[in-house]
Design a protein around this ligand. Structure first.
Ligand code: MTE
Length: 318
């Protein structure tokens, strides 16, 4: 058995520190297996909004999204623990300590524990997911993430029937993250949340890489959430804690400005942000912003996720 709670692990079984250095190798090996056609399960493919791009490309290629150039994605980041400026956050994030990395999973689960990322990875199937990513600031990109299903991870710890929400917490490293000395705007650590059915949805992934490589630090290494039908701030970076809860967690942005950044924050072109329209978006492309596109409800993933919100009024989707 690979996953155990820390107190259950005899000293002799504790992962050798050298293993942590092997994360990149594990990811690379899994990607190589994917390319070779092993472990591929393109179950998420569909004709309109393919979320899976098989390597090599298969029948779904006609509808594949074209990824935004990697250099743009890596140099235009939102990481407020480091800076408000997208270029400064990119530079400063290089100081983040990501080895070793473990994730505490607790709350309404049968098997709470502290799990080493390497052990989590060995249990999961990595896939490439090419997703549209829409920031609440009205810019967007297309990212080829490498990740695994959050639902599959949660199943390994056996959620109880009382688990109705999931809370995610980012790392606290104030000695490295300069803005964590200032709680004036957001309170630290950065916290996000999902309803349990959103968390279990097959489009919801934990990303550990992009562009066929490990995740750059500025983009959320070593482990981040990606929820493609919600505004980007829900996709929390550098996750160290996942809690299954009975009640909705208080999240960083909704605590700061509840009328601007609600708990759901599903992409919705017809609900304007109080200070700007959300009807269209600037696409990050060569020359930075090349073109605008009309923003789609649920960021274009309505076919897959609209059923989650059948009983809700669309106007309350911010
Ligand atoms: N996660 C943490 N911990 N801190 C942040 O500041 N910014 C969010 C989200 N996750 C943020 C975060 C916002 S506002 C966006 S738009 C996306 O990350 C940006 O992801 P990217 O920088 O990889 O493009």
């Amino acid at each position: 058995m690979i996953i155990k709670t820390k107190k259950d692990i005899p000293a002799s079984e504790i992962t050798d520190p050298l293993i942590f250095k092997e994360r990149r190798k594990i990811i690379k090996a899994m990607l190589a297996a994917m390319v070779a056609g092993m472990g591929i399960s393109p179950t998420l493919a569909n004709s309109r909004n393919p979320v899976w791009a098989s390597l090599p490309k298969g029948d779904f290629s006609a509808d594949l999204l074209t990824p935004t150039p990697a250099e743009l994605i890596k140099n235009y980041t939102n990481y407020y623990e480091f800076a408000f400026n997208k270029q400064d956050s990119t530079k400063l994030a290089q100081n983040l300590r990501t080895d070793p990395w473990s994730v505490e999973i607790s709350g309404e689960v049968e098997k709470p524990g502290i799990y080493y990322l390497e052990d989590i990875l060995r249990q999961q199937t990595l896939q490439e997911h090419i997703y549209r990513f829409r920031c609440v600031e009205a810019w967007s990109m297309v990212v080829p993430w490498v990740g695994f299903s959050l639902g599959d991870l949660l199943k390994t710890v056996k959620p109880l029937s009382t688990a109705r929400f999931v809370k995610f917490t980012s790392v606290l490293q104030p000695e490295i993250m300069p803005r964590q000395h200032n709680n004036a705007m957001l309170e630290w650590p950065y916290v996000e949340g999902l309803r349990i059915d959103e968390a279990m949805h097959p489009l919801t992934i934990m990303a550990v890489g992009m562009y066929g490589d490990t995740l750059p630090k500025q983009n959320g290494a070593p482990l981040r959430l990606v929820v493609p039908w919600k505004y980007g701030f829900k996709s929390i970076k550098a996750i160290v804690k996942i809690e299954l809860l009975k009640r909705p967690p208080v999240t960083s942005w909704s605590q700061f400005a509840p009328n601007e950044y609600g708990f759901y924050s599903n992409v919705n072109p017809s609900v304007a942000h109080p200070r700007w329209s959300q009807s269209s978006e600037r696409q990050l492309g060569s020359g930075f912003f090349t073109s605008r596109r009309q923003t789609e409800l649920f960021n274009g993933y309505g076919e897959q996720v609209a059923s989650l919100y059948q009983d809700m009024d669309l106007r309350h989707f911010f």
